[in-house]
Design a protein. Structure first.
Length: 218
């Protein structure tokens, strides 16, 4: 157990990779991470969601992050998991604050969390898709066009986080679940992207390693 986080309140936001509701789960890492660290988990992940409201509607990751009505003012740790559903939006520049670009909304969210909470904050990137969900024959190998574009988005997130002084934990790049491990069968991934319990535990262990070097701010 990560002693500095034992009993602390964790508010987590993100996509289906974070959402752990229901009998058939799409997100597994959060439960394992909460157990490893002794955190009190408050999960606000939502399947299919993203950060750009013009694409993802009123109930987006951004709208869930940029409110205090859910109690996050009392949070000790806040994580925001992004990218899987965001690449239909314009990327934008890392310095912009526009409502219609991915980068603009990420900048807004991170500023809001720092201004309105005393929580430690981290941005999470989970594992990548292994194939196009509409066409399984379109495999997302490391040298594919999709992965090369995805790397640009990941680099933008990492840069924005550095600008704001917030850690970015990139499980896609560092978590040990690359294409040739995930692509061969369903041991770690249940479909094109969603992890199994075993895959979720691997990702959680990566985040746990990072969390042990982060301490509560308040």
């Amino acid at each position: 157990m990560c002693e500095q986080w034992s009993g602390k309140k964790w508010y987590c936001y993100g996509t289906s990779m974070t959402d752990n509701r229901g009998d058939i789960k799409s997100g597994y890492y959060s439960g394992f991470l909460a157990e490893m660290a002794g955190l009190e988990e408050h999960n606000f992940g939502k399947g299919g969601s993203g950060v750009v409201p013009s694409i993802h509607g009123q109930d987006s990751i951004k709208s869930r992050v940029m409110t205090l009505e859910d109690g996050k003012a009392e949070a000790d740790l806040i994580t925001v998991e992004i990218i899987p559903n965001d690449m239909a939006a314009p990327l934008g520049a890392v310095t912009d604050w526009e409502d219609d670009t991915f980068c603009g909304n990420v900048n807004q969210m991170l500023a809001y969390l720092q201004e309105n909470t005393k929580a430690a904050i981290a941005v999470l990137i989970a594992t990548r898709s292994r194939y196009n969900y509409q066409n399984k024959e379109e495999q997302y190998t490391p040298n594919s066009e999709f992965v090369q574009e995805r790397l640009v988005w990941e680099e933008a997130v990492e840069t924005i986080c550095r600008m704001h002084g917030i850690p970015c934990w990139n499980g896609a790049a560092e978590g040990g679940l690359g294409y040739y491990r995930m692509g061969k069968d369903n041991e770690y991934v249940q479909d094109q992207i969603h992890l199994t319990a075993k895959g979720g535990k691997v990702l959680a262990q990566y985040y746990w390693g990072k969390l042990q070097n982060l301490y509560p701010v308040k």
